[in-house]
Design a protein around this ligand. Structure first.
Ligand code: FES
Length: 563
């Protein structure tokens, strides 16, 4: 630090007249650190969501060591600490139930401890947004380093991605086209390494959002988890956080309205996960920035979809890295971006992406030859979703973008699994599968149940897609004509609660409409006569969650956590 640098925040923990300043020094000594280690040096937290229960984040201890090297090199004092980790596969009922809890732990850990800056380590779907939400609220200088994508899977000569291809082959298993032995063999090779899912799922999308917003270093999004460059970018983050402390460059100065607009355009250009809409809205809400659904849709209409990656395209994150990574994609859409946005490099976004080269225009297309002239997500409204719903047209069937069909209603997730394969279920491929009680309050936690399985009898007929809709979310790795985030959710009295078997439903993606073709007075009458039941949680976190969680259009954050 230079002599005219601002007084370090951490100093206030040690220069105190009462006992605790003395005790804190004694505590550092107990770990072998004398005052020379930290006095007049920025203390940098390494906020680590490593956990053996989160396989995607299982290598973050090694990355933390690289960050520490960088902090020492630049004259800081690193202190690694754990926060809760949200493992997508292991946690029940859903990690989304705990995203806000993790964000609170991050925020309060940063606020309570003698830290001048922080390097955040995350990766699996919810860990990245939870870290960014907490850092936004605490607003001390921060850089996020995500764990990077897994290596590509390869099975019988075919390159596969988790878990787009897990879902695809599960459909074939249910259809009887592969055997149980095939399925077991696939399990042994689909997750080849540490790191997050290697398609453009939620984790890859949120890592890309962080880089597009400038809160992660250039290159962060696509370097594979086990590539040595992942260690080097971690070390660089350790060095660079010292500069951010010196310049007092906080998340609120980087994650601005314009930075979020850059992220939204990037999300559309890369065919990102529907979950990113919720997470970006929640992060922005911590900074007092509103991101209405209309903004997402407006930017979708004017941003071409240019990344050829699963689930909307052909390739995998490792290929994206070799093609030039996110910086090369950002350079392709540079005329649409706010290039003057400041980033954690201390340079603008335009300066960061200037050296990028697109090495494979089949993977990263140009704006002149896009995968699709419009962006990857569409925001729908209508009598069935008065405050919004989402669809990912790039991963859906073109033939179903305008569709009217008969509703086949499932009361909840249990009802769906009890009846979906019933041979007596009256269903045709033209029908619309509807599931309710799956939203933030109803499920609770808005699980990724939105990728409703097709009935076996439909699969047997050869069909592989139908219109499906719910108030749930959908994994970013999933695909199909799936409408999610129907808002307000059924448990809070949204019109979804009024749908009856046999009602007609109209989906019109070009016009951004989702309508229940039932008279408005009849919808109100049904909701009045049979109001939806809300699950009752009498104690603990679930009780707090159900009382304070907001709907999907406000990011499912807690009302008391927004700025
Ligand atoms: Fe962690 Fe997919 S399971 S990112």
């Amino acid at each position: 630090m230079t002599t005219d640098s601002p007084r370090l925040r951490s100093t206030e923990w040690f220069d105190t007249p009462e006992l605790y300043g003395w005790l804190r020094r004694a505590a550092f000594m107990s770990q072998g650190y004398g005052p020379e280690a930290y006095e007049n040096r920025p203390i940098i937290g390494i906020c680590n969501s490593w956990s053996e229960l989160t396989h995607c984040n299982s290598h973050l201890r090694q990355l933390a060591e690289a960050v520490k090297r960088g902090v020492w090199q630049a004259g800081g004092f690193p202190m690694e600490f754990p926060v809760m980790s949200l493992g997508e596969y292991n946690m029940r009922p859903t990690t989304m139930l705990f995203r806000n809890l993790m964000s609170m732990e991050v925020e309060e850990s940063l606020r309570a401890n003698p830290l001048d800056g922080v390097v955040l380590l995350g990766g699996c779907d919810k860990t990245t947004p939870a870290l960014l939400m907490g850092a936004a609220s605490a607003d001390i200088p921060a850089i996020i380093v995500t764990g990077g994508p897994q290596l590509k899977a390869n099975w019988r000569g075919e390159e596969l991605g988790s878990c787009t291809d897990c879902r695809r082959y599960e459909v074939e298993l249910r259809a009887g086209n592969i055997t149980g032995e095939d399925w077991a063999e696939l399990q042994t090779c689909i997750v080849r390494s540490p790191g997050h899912c290697m398609v453009m799922g939620t984790a890859s999308t949120m890592a890309s959002m962080a880089e597009a917003m400038g809160i992660a270093l250039p290159g962060n999004a696509a370097i594979p988890a086990v590539d040595s460059r992942r260690h080097r970018i971690s070390e660089l983050a350790g060095r660079q956080i010292i500069n951010l402390v010196e310049q007092d460059l906080r998340p609120s100065k980087i994650m601005t309205q314009e930075a979020f607009e850059n992220a939204i355009r990037t999300m559309h250009a890369l065919g990102g996960s529907t979950n990113a809409v919720i997470h970006l809205t929640a992060i922005a809400g911590r900074l007092g920035i509103d991101l209405p659904g209309s903004l997402f849709d407006e930017l979708s209409r004017t941003t071409p979809f240019i990344l050829n990656l699963k689930p909307s395209g052909q390739y995998l994150m490792e290929d994206f890295f070799y093609a030039g990574g996110l910086a090369a994609l950002l350079k392709e859409i540079a005329p649409l971006l706010h290039g003057d946005q400041m980033t954690v490099t201390g340079q603008t976004l335009a300066e960061n992406i200037a050296p990028a080269i697109n090495y494979n225009p089949d993977i990263i297309r140009s704006m002149d030859e896009p995968m699709d002239p419009e962006g990857g997500l569409a925001v729908l409204t209508g009598s069935l979703a008065p405050t919004g719903a989402l669809i990912k047209p790039t991963a859906a069937s073109e033939s179903l973008m305008t569709h009217e069909g008969r509703a086949i209603v499932f009361e909840d997730h249990d009802d769906l699994f009890a009846r979906i394969d019933d041979p007596d279920l009256d269903v045709t491929p033209d029908d619309v599968l509807v599931m309710r009680a799956s939203g933030p309050i109803g499920a609770p936690g808005m699980p990724e149940w939105g990728f409703l399985p097709l009935p076996k009898k439909i699969l047997a007929s050869g069909a592989r897609d139908m219109v499906r809709l719910s108030d749930a979310r959908m994994s970013g790795t999933a695909f199909g004509t799936v409408v999610v985030h129907v808002t307000p959710e059924s448990a809070s009295g949204g019109p979804l609660a009024a749908v009856r078997n046999g009602d007609r439903i109209s989906l019109n993606v070009p016009e951004r409409r989702l309508d229940l073709l039932v008279d408005d007075r009849e919808i109100k009458r049904r909701l009045h006569e049979s109001p939806p039941e809300k699950p009752v949680h009498k104690r603990g976190y679930a009780s707090m969650y159900s009382q304070h969680v907001l709907q999907a259009d406000t990011g499912c954050d807690f009302d008391f956590l927004r700025a």
